[in-house]
Design a protein around this ligand. Structure first.
Ligand code: DP6
Length: 325
């Protein structure tokens, strides 16, 4: 019996991934760029039993849903390909934050699963190979293989061999942080997978999104190189709002925001008016992640906690890439 355990952190995109050019291989329409966060992690153990049968997946002590089970087994099948002797897997996963509330749990979850599965199978993949494996399960997971600032290169090849994450800056190379305002509990109503497909297929704004993202990526890379928080923050807000504009203009339209989402955005603008460099980004959910200087994290967190409808604020710093435990 072969066992391995891995911990991976979530990442929050500053230039969003939104839309696939290949749904099966999970190849994106554009590149994207993110910050991996220390406090938001998933730790996963994979054990190959060596016997045929059904995989078993437990998340936070509870049996996984049918949907989660299917996606995990599909990733394991990539690892087991041509090696039936590995057999069924037992997977045990723990997450430090609420799953599927729109806090990027699929990124840490599938990055940890990809690494634990490959290691349990006795493989010794490079980070790029792990990133490609994680990408096949969930696009954003390919960035969580890397710590600090990471970019998912779009790639050109049809087989996806050049579509993977790369590290731009290690977690200790720039003292930034993120405060994440959780505005509503519970599972989200529309998955990012579904919403991005609808946006690509139906939003008249999608071509504009694609063109603008190439520019945003370039500017974000340059801002990171210069450690220019204001430039990076402005690009991040623009990218998030452009992504959500493709949702508002989808057929049928998708609104991830709640009234308290807007209230948090207002608080971020107030912080800026008071001289605090704070910039918002929003994934496929109602929560708002706010990028700031590490030294301002306490102040930003405090301001967000005062906003009506905010349930909880997580304070997070840049974290490392996937680790063996
Ligand atoms: C809004 O990586 O969850 O968080 O590839 O279909 O699994 P799939 O999608 P997923 O989408 C993440 C979308 C996003 C933006 C981002 O993380 O870049």
């Amino acid at each position: 019996m072969r066992t391995a355990r891995a911990r991976a952190r979530s990442n929050i995109a500053l230039v969003k991934y939104w839309g696939k050019r290949d749904e099966k291989r999970i190849l994106p329409v554009t590149g994207s760029l993110s910050l991996t966060l220390d406090e938001l992690w998933t730790e996963t153990e994979v054990r190959f039993t060596g016997a045929p049968g059904e995989d078993e997946l437990v998340i936070g002590g509870t049996r996984a849903t049918e949907h989660e089970h299917r996606r995990a087994s599909a990733l394991l099948d990539l690892v087991r390909d041509g090696r039936p002797e590995l057999g069924a897997a037992r997977i045990d996963s723990t997450t430090s934050f609420p799953v599927a509330a729109g806090l990027a749990s699929s990124a840490s979850g599938f990055a940890a699963l990809a690494a634990a599965a490959a290691w349990a199978a006795g493989d010794d993949p490079s980070d790029l190979q792990l990133s490609i494996l994680a990408r096949r399960a969930s696009g954003s997971a390919c960035r969580s293989v890397f710590g600090g600032f990471a970019e998912w290169r779009r790639g050109e090849r049809e087989d996806g061999a050049d579509s993977h994450g790369v590290q731009l800056l290690g977690p200790d190379e720039w003292q930034v942080a993120m405060a994440i305002a959780e505005v509503e509990a519970g599972r989200k109503e529309v998955s990012s997978r579904h919403a991005m497909r609808t946006a690509r297929e139906t939003s008249p704004y999608f071509p504009a999104w694609e063109a603008q993202t190439a520019i945003d990526l370039e500017q974000a890379r340059e801002a990171i190189r210069r450690r220019d928080l204001e430039s990076l923050g402005r690009v991040a807000e623009r990218s998030a709002f452009a992504m959500h504009a493709t949702c508002f203009t989808s057929e049928p339209p998708v609104f991830f925001w709640k009234p308290s989402t807007l209230a948090v955005l207002e608080a971020v603008r107030t912080l800026r008016a008071e001289g605090v460099a704070a910039y918002a980004t929003i994934d496929a959910g109602p929560h708002v992640a706010v990028l700031c200087e590490a030294g301002q994290l306490g102040r930003v967190g405090e301001a967000l906690r005062k906003v009506d409808g905010v349930r909880r604020v997580l304070e997070a710093r840049p974290g490392p890439g996937v680790e063996r435990r």
